[in-house]
Design a protein around this ligand. Structure first.
Ligand SMILES: Cc1cc2nc3c(=O)[nH]c(=O)nc-3n(C[C@H](O)[C@H](O)[C@H](O)COP(=O)(O)O)c2cc1C
Length: 118
């Protein structure tokens, strides 16, 4: 059975999660953004990131260069921003939907979310 952990990480916690999956036989694919999705400063990053995620904004991401159709089990990883999915994850889901929507219907698809407060 082929399994993959496809995820986004802004500050690196998702990368730590991805290593656990890798150790457990998963392929791992990290989605990347075309540019920094929120300002570097903590204050403005939280402010703008919180506002954008509140609006379900989709960051500009690079093309997802993996064929999810090949996998039986797919886990999607995302940080929580302002109690919602991070903006790059919104874009990731749109791209996955566009590329693989009908093909994922019979697969085992689930989410893993990482947050600051549990
Ligand atoms: C813009 C922004 C908003 C966040 N909002 C929340 C939140 O509402 N609740 C929470 O528990 N953590 C929040 N966090 C913390 C992240 O969810 C947490 O640090 C997560 O582990 C980050 O994953 P990453 O390192 O893979 O990006 C926020 C972080 C950022 C950058």
């Amino acid at each position: 059975m082929k399994k993959v952990f496809i995820y986004y990480s802004y500050t690196g916690n998702g990368d730590i999660v991805s290593k656990k999956y890798m150790d457990n036989g998963y392929d791992v694919y990290k989605v990347t953004t075309k540019k920094r999705p929120i300002p570097k400063s903590f204050f403005f990053g939280m402010l703008i990131g919180g506002m954008l995620s509140g609006m379900n904004h989709k960051s500009k991401i690079n093309d997802i260069d993996i064929n999810l159709d090949e996998y039986d089990k797919i886990i999607i990883g995302s940080p929580i921003w302002n109690s919602k999915l991070a903006c790059p994850t919104n874009a990731m889901l749109s791209q996955i939907e566009q590329k693989f929507n009908n093909k994922l219907a019979n697969k085992d698809v689930s989410f893993v979310l990482y947050s600051g407060s549990g």
